[in-house]
Design a protein around this ligand. Structure first.
Ligand code: FAD
Length: 503
């Protein structure tokens, strides 16, 4: 049967989610005959204005769009990111880094960390961080691109992402999308019309009275979920019990010249503070639980802990951790904050937009809107959120902190079942099971388990294929190779200058 194709796609919202969707759809499907992509946004309402740290999958998204990296870095005032530094999360004064990429060197099929665990049992106290080129180089302000063509070098095991100005990224994507045929309409949507027979959204109506009809509506309207909740009543799964932070106060400050290619997260009395260094400024915010801290106290703590002069007044954002029960209903698909939100501790929201767009392109509907496919899409959406939730909860649960009621709550909470299983397995044998296509790799789970002080009860028996003496010598050799390689990497500042970027 010949498919009955979608002709008119209406994207509601022009934040990061809306423009990512417009850029990707026009790039992949733009040549489908008769397909129009129209994005509606309201400058008066504006965007959420945060969302500047990413994870390595963004590199693939940009490649898929055919983006030239140097141009992108220049135009979005981006910096590189090799991981996230966690400060004071286990106890005040403690720090570790969650790196992208892998630890150590290839150990003939056995994960490197089993040899590290064995080394610890033999009395070698070297922290895991010393075995990651991303961490050792990143802490020195150095950056290089991965070299998969050099498998014996630690450079082959690097991963990277970007930190960028969210407003400039949306503008950059808008240019691409418009060049590929997307159109933009300015205006505030005041009404949503539904087809009385199918229940599908038929049109959105603007304050000006203009009516925009569509076959497929992408709800990128942010937290308000104008279509998915407002019109389709999807329902929201609230995860506050596991992730009690529900507010953030954000403020940019001047960048005094520090350009470590790392996002920093510092634990505070009722949450944590982000620090995202861009070329022209540093993004900062305090994510906190309003049950444990007032907005005024949060703003004062944030302002007292900046590395430079504030460049604006602090801005308050309210949210609830969780997701829409169904991200796709009828002819409405929610992307971005309209689909759900998990706090930015591991910089996952933009990735969730990307992964939903990729899935939408895979399940691109016809005007029949096959319910079986919609159900699959929705199940995958929930799964994405669940996996990230468990990883985030690990940071709060595995801590020694009991110095405030907030940390006491986190330390003693009952972990979700998936996390409880992972903690038990690692605690018994030092193993990490990555479920299916789980976003976070073994390296990520390992870095946060070890970083947060979870003890492994054993290691893989194959690590004993090396004698004790060989194990210690090999570990010593690997950290030397990593230290030597790191010392030869260029400073990020130098690299940015070569790419034509100013401070
Ligand atoms: P928005 O930016 O809110 O855009 C909504 C759009 O809808 C706007 O264009 C608005 O004008 C339009 N709109 C709404 N209502 C109407 C209407 N009635 N008529 C017309 N237009 C309308 N993500 C990361 O990946 N990394 C991070 O470091 C990170 N940090 C974050 C920190 C905080 C505190 C928060 C809250 C979020 C963070 N995020 C982060 C998430 C990230 O900001 C979002 O995922 C991303 O910006 C996408 O937002 P959006 O496009 O869905 O929504």
């Amino acid at each position: 049967m010949r498919p009955d194709p979608i002709r008119r796609v209406v994207i509601v919202g022009g934040g990061t989610a809306g423009w990512m969707a417009a850029a990707a759809i026009t790039r992949v499907l733009g040549e489908m005959p008769g397909l129009s992509i129209e994005l509606v946004e309201s400058e008066e309402i504006g965007t959420v204005g945060v969302g500047e740290a990413t994870i390595p999958q963004i590199v693939l998204f940009n490649k898929m769009l055919g983006i030239d990296e140097a141009e992108f870095v220049r135009e979005t005032r981006a910096t590189y990111k090799l991981g996230i530094e966690f400060v004071d999360w286990v106890r005040p004064g403690h720090r570790y880094v969650h790196p992208f990429g892998f630890y150590g060197l290839d150990m003939k099929g056995i994960e490197f960390h089993h040899f590290w665990l064995k080394g610890r049992e033999l009395g070698d106290p070297t922290p895991l961080d010393a075995y990651s080129l991303g961490i050792v180089g990143g802490l020195q302000g150095r950056f290089a691109h991965p070299r998969p063509d050099q498998p014996s070098s630690p450079l082959s095991r690097l991963g990277y992402a970007f930190q960028f100005d969210a407003g400039l990224y949306a503008r950059f994507l808008r240019r691409l999308a418009e060049a590929n045929g997307a159109t933009r309409t300015e205006g505030r949507i005041v009404d949503v019309e539904r087809d009385p027979e199918t229940g599908h959204v038929a049109a959105v109506v603007l304050q000006s009275g203009a009516r925009i009809e569509g076959d497929l509506f992408l709800d990128c309207s942010g937290f308000r979920g104008l279509l998915i909740e407002g019109a389709m009543a999807a329902g929201f799964e609230d995860w506050t019990q596991w992730l009690p932070c529900d507010r953030a106060v954000a403020v940019p400050c001047a960048n005094g010249g520090d350009r470590q290619p790392l996002t920093r997260s510092t634990a505070r009395g009722a949450g944590w503070q982000w620090r995202i260094p861009l070329q022209h400024r540093i993004g900062n915010g305090y994510v906190y639980s309003s049950a444990h801290l007032s907005d005024e106290e949060a703003a004062a703590t944030l302002l007292a802990n900046l590395d430079g002069v504030p460049l604006a007044d602090p801005r308050l954002l309210r949210f609830t951790a969780g997701h829409r029960r169904r991200a796709w209903i009828g002819n409405v698909v929610a992307l971005g904050l309209a689909g759900g939100f998990l706090e930015p501790l591991e910089s996952t929201s933009i990735h969730l937009v990307q992964s939903a767009i990729a899935r939408l392109l895979t399940y691109w509907p016809t005007r029949r809107f096959d319910q079986l496919e919609i159900d699959r899409f929705n199940a995958a959406h929930v799964c994405d959120y669940l996996e990230i939730r468990d990883f985030l909860v690990l940071h709060y649960k595995a801590t020694e902190r009991a110095d405030t009621p907030f940390w006491d709550y986190c330390r003693t909470l009952e972990p979700p079942p998936g996390l409880a299983g992972k903690l038990a397995i690692f605690g018994a044998n030092g193993r990490i099971f990555r479920e299916g296509n789980e976003l976070f790799t073994e390296t990520s789970w390992l870095s946060v388990m070890v970083g947060q002080g979870v003890e492994a009860g054993g290691y893989h028996p194959a690590a004993d294929l090396l004698s004790d003496a060989e194990t210690l010598t090999r570990l010593q050799h690997i950290r030397q190779v990593i230290a030597d390689t790191a010392s030869l990497l260029p400073h990020q500042d130098e690299l940015l200058r070569q790419m034509g970027c100013g401070p």
